[in-house]
Design a protein around this ligand. Structure first.
Ligand code: ADP
Ligand code: AMP
Length: 215
């Protein structure tokens, strides 16, 4: 299963990707997670990416394209992968296509999660993430049993720096200008499945699974 989860920030890509990892035993490739790890480790790439990420802009295409090209060649991607947060521009989508072609691979599906702008702001301002295992939560829609503590590993939950309202609005604008054109890009390629992402997390999961099984 070679899958892209497409959608604006806060649509639920990471939440659903983590469930699909369990279901299909294939890796989640989140460019956001890879970039955040690089920023935390202070690598040259992290230093370059930090400014773009903090202000809600996109990291330059050549940086993220290189990350994904290398990651797709790792052995755990042989049976498939779930791309989450990549591609985000038409140039990235073209580069992905070229990388897959080089590896004689083809995308199976692109699932586009559709969520209203105001709901996205509420989701992102309430998002919390475990420092240790990366599990995501929401203070209202998916709260941990104990506030601030991860149910899975007991780690501390934190709020991402870019999940502040002003940066969120910028990210949503960047999404509509630079990423939303990928919906018609993949529709024309015949691989797009559109899904109502406004429903509760378990229902979105069931819908994704039934879409994938039907195809
Ligand atoms: P993305 O990876 O697309 O940016 P996330 O998966 O991190 O988005 O979800 C953003 C926030 O919204 C998280 O706090 C998550 O718990 C919450 N969330 C995800 N899916 C839903 C949903 N279907 N309904 C309500 N909240 C959701
Ligand atoms: P995310 O975790 O997907 O919300 O991404 C967080 C931030 O990382 C984004 O706002 C961008 O600054 C950067 N980023 C993640 N993925 C990409 C990508 N494919 N292209 C450019 N920038 C990205």
């Amino acid at each position: 299963m070679k899958l892209i989860l497409l959608g604006p920030p806060g649509a639920g890509k990471g939440t659903q990707a983590k469930m699909l990892v369990e279901e299909f035993s294939i890796p989640q490739i989140s460019t956001g997670d890879i970039l955040r790890a690089a920023v935390k480790d202070g690598t040259p790439m992290g230093k370059k990416a930090k400014e773009y990420m903090n202000t809600g802009g996109l990291v330059p295409d050549e940086v993220v394209v290189g990350i994904v090209r290398d990651r797709l060649q790792e052995e755990d991607c042989n049976n498939g992968f779930i791309l989450d947060g990549f591609p985000r521009t038409v140039a990235q989508a073209d580069a992905l296509q070229a990388s897959l072609q080089e590896m004689s691979k083809e995308l199976d599906r692109v699932i586009s999660l559709e969520v209203d702008a105001e709901a996205l702001v509420e989701r992102l301002t309430g998002r919390r993430t475990c420092k240790e295992c990366g599990r995501g939560y929401h203070v209202k829609f998916d709260p941990p049993r104990e506030a601030g503590i991860c149910d899975v590993c007991g780690g501390t939950l934190f709020q991402r720096d870019d999940d502040q309202e002003e940066t969120i609005r910028k990210r949503l604008q960047v999404y509509s200008e630079q990423t939303a054109p990928l919906i018609s890009y993949y529709r024309e390629a015949g691989v797009l499945m559109e899904l109502d992402g406004m429903q509760p997390i378990p229902i979105v999961k069931e819908k994704i699974l039934s879409l994938l099984q039907a195809s």
